[in-house]
Design a protein around this ligand. Structure first.
Ligand code: ZN
Length: 299
């Protein structure tokens, strides 16, 4: 454990390392955020075709085949310019720096490259730095870094597509219970398991009640799983604060979108980004917020 001792005595080196690594992870998250929903949709389409071709075997329906579609996953095919198809070289793929060096344009066709890509890289690096600074050199920091990256991916995917993929939510839910079980996390295992259960069931009950009263679906099942994930990582005691914070942030953002941007009230606003941000805030400052609240309430 020479490395850990070295990192302890060189906190600056540790933080700088985490920041740089955060940039690289941010670059990977850009790929996940863009490709994972497309991969899922292709998979669903294939499942539908498989199911229907069994169902209508004897009929004359001609269903499209999904076998000959080219491989598409997180590593294949290589990233290309969406306008001209120019393959992005390793040099053009350095987080932030390449975007600046290319002046936000494709090197071949000069089409603008969105500022969103370097922004996600920078945000990932900054949040990683914050987590590393907050928790210091310990295994729990590594675990919470993984959680932070998962939350960034879920936030952006839900924002773009209104999906919270199980491929991210479920493994991270189990990971949250695991880090409690092996005592990397300060959360006792009972609190983590009850957190996962209550997280899922609380939103599920609200959903059923809302559906019963209004006949509409106010949330998706992805939201229940995301709150279960947060409950597993932060323990059931954190759930009220997470729900309160996400409702608060959600209401502020939602109302200002309707008032200032003229957003149609009937367009559903994804709840995942608010849950994820509230979870992240509670992870870092949950105790401080609770203490502040009890103090101001004179309790
Ligand atoms: Zn191009």
């Amino acid at each position: 454990m020479i490395t850990i001792t070295y990192l302890h005595s060189n906190p600056g080196f540790f933080l700088f390392g985490v920041f740089l690594f955060g940039l690289i992870v941010g670059s990977f998250l850009n790929v996940v955020i863009y490709r994972l929903p497309l991969m899922l949709k292709r998979e669903w389409k294939c499942d539908c075709i498989d199911f229907l071709s069994d169902e209508f075997k004897s009929e004359k329906y001609k269903l499209p085949s999904c076998i000959d579609e080219k491989a598409f996953n997180l590593s294949v095919p290589r990233s290309r310019c969406p306008s001209c198809g120019h393959k992005i070289t390793a040099l053009e793929n350095i987080p932030i720096i390449s975007w600046l060096a290319l002046r936000a344009k494709c090197s071949k066709c000069q089409t603008k490259i969105s500022a969103r890509y370097p922004s996600i890289e920078l945000i990932t690096a900054l949040l990683s730095l914050l987590v590393a600074y907050h928790f210091g050199v310990q295994w729990y920091t590594l675990a919470t870094l993984l959680l932070t990256w998962a939350l960034i991916a879920l936030t952006m995917i839900d924002f773009d597509t209104q999906l919270l993929p199980d491929n991210i939510s479920l493994p991270f839910l189990w990971l949250g219970i695991l880090v409690s079980l092996i005592h990397i996390s300060p959360i006792p295992i009972e609190n983590s398991i009850i957190g996962a259960m209550l997280g899922y069931m609380s939103l599920w009950s609200i959903y059923q009640l809302f559906k019963l009263v209004t006949g509409k679906e106010g949330m998706g099942f992805g939201d229940f799983k995301l709150l279960a994930l947060l409950g597993a990582w932060l323990g059931w005691q954190a759930l009220p604060l997470i729900l309160l914070l996400s409702a608060l942030v959600g209401a502020i953002v939602g109302i200002s979108l309707i008032i200032f941007m003229g957003r149609d009230k009937s367009i559903p606003i994804p709840f995942g980004p608010y849950l994820a941000s509230a979870g992240f805030i509670s992870l870092l400052w949950g105790e401080e917020i609770k203490q502040f609240y009890f103090q101001t309430m004179g309790l």
